[in-house]
Design a protein around this ligand. Structure first.
Ligand SMILES: *Cc1c(COP(=O)(O)O)cnc(C)c1O
Length: 371
């Protein structure tokens, strides 16, 4: 038996998506820019997907631009601005774009405080854009986007939110939330990898990002990923319609996991428990190396993630956990558990059966542990 607890990294593609994209992988291969009917069918499919994405976040179809990923959407939203305020715990697809960002703190609860944004906006009148993520990808904490957006709107500063983790998990209304730009990515809500979108509120100036053909209203050239875009439309419609029922189930599973793991000695939850995605838990275990924990879990058939897992091969702990004020050695011993609608009680059983014994075994071998 295997258990998958890494849905913040990517999710399983839904059956509806697989079925719905089938024609665009086989007979409906026309180029959407072509005038003959095979091409027009593809163009029509894209415009239907655009309407679905718009409806899911209360936008207009001509405010939705398809991109190749959530990372691209973030890069695009930021690239024409010189002075930007963001937070210390944004995704790298925001932080690595910026040369000299003004950084807001997030504190131990993992929440950006509107009062800090207000002060920082007042101290930096040359700022033209603020970018604060909706839900954090490591600790799942949900930011007060409506209030943050309001502060920006009052000052005529553009407001972008990276909503890659929250779309399909919490309801989104770009109008009510005072958002000017919003990033999303299909593979985080059971669509395909390589298909994202950027919402750009009408009236917000945004220069073209990829130059060439006239695709995406002349602002993002390149023949469209038709199957990916069709899949994105199906996935977002499906995910948004299921939010309430799904979260009711996830809250039950999350409570079970939380109660059981908090029984382990010297463990802490990272980030606020309540302002948090229903599918996310992130713990630190004293005296443990996150990488070792992941390998042990993998040997038991359990996939999860750790803040110390680093694609660059360095063993620097997660910038997110450091931003919460965690000491390096505690940040190193972290475990992210992220669920989806496909997570079963049997998977939770397996996790709760294996994890306490693995923690005990690793601590017994650890020079860091003197408990
Ligand atoms: C996954 C993720 C991204 C990147 O999205 P891709 O489509 O994988 O490029 C950006 N921001 C957050 C918060 C994410 O979770």
């Amino acid at each position: 038996m295997n258990a998958y607890f890494d849905n913040a990294a990517t999710t399983k593609v839904s059956e509806k998506v697989i079925k719905g994209i089938q024609p665009y992988l086989t007979e409906q291969y026309g180029n959407p820019s072509s005038v003959y009917s095979l091409g027009r069918e593809s163009a029509k499919a894209i415009s239907e997907a655009r309407a679905k994405v718009a409806k899911a976040i209360n936008a207009e179809p001509n405010e939705i631009y398809f991109t190749g990923s959530g990372s691209e959407s973030n890069n695009w939203a930021l690239h024409s601005h010189q002075k930007i305020i963001t937070s210390e715990f944004e995704h790298h697809a925001v932080l690595h774009v910026l040369k000299e960002p003004v950084l807001l703190p997030v504190y131990s609860d993992g929440i950006v405080k509107p009062i800090d944004l207000e002060k920082t906006l007042n101290d930096n009148p040359d700022v033209t854009l603020v970018s604060i993520m909706h839900a954090n990808n490591e600790i799942g904490t949900i930011q007060p986007i409506t209030e943050l957006g309001k502060l920006c709107r009052e000052r005529g500063v553009f407001f972008h939110t990276d909503a890659v983790q929250s779309v399909g998990n919490v309801p989104i209304d770009v109008k009510a939330m005072n958002v000017d730009l919003l990033s999303l990515s299909a593979h985080k809500f059971h669509g395909l990898k390589g298909a994202g979108a950027l919402y750009v509120r009408k009236g917000v100036k945004l220069p073209a990002f990829i130059h060439g053909g006239a695709q995406e209203f002349g602002r993002r050239a390149g023949t469209e990923n038709v199957a990916g875009i069709v899949g994105l439309g199906i996935a977002i419609e499906e995910a948004v319609s299921e939010i309430e029922d799904k979260n009711a189930e996830l809250f039950k599973k999350r409570e079970r996991i939380y109660d059981a793991i908090m029984q382990i000695p010297k463990v802490q939850l990272n980030g606020d428990l309540h302002n948090r995605l229903a599918n996310n838990l992130n713990f630190s275990f004293e005296g443990i190396e996150g990488e070792a924990l992941l390998l042990q879990l993998d040997m038991s058939g359990i996939a999860a993630s750790s803040g110390s897992a680093c694609t660059s091969g360095s063993l620097d702990p997660s910038h997110v956990l450091l931003a919460l004020g965690l000491p390096h050695e505690i940040a190193h011993g972290s475990l992210r558990i992220s669920m989806s609608k496909y997570t079963t009680d049997a998977e939770v059983d397996l996790l709760l059966e294996k994890l306490p014994a693995i923690v005990e075994k690793l601590r017994a071998m650890s020079p860091l542990w003197n408990g």
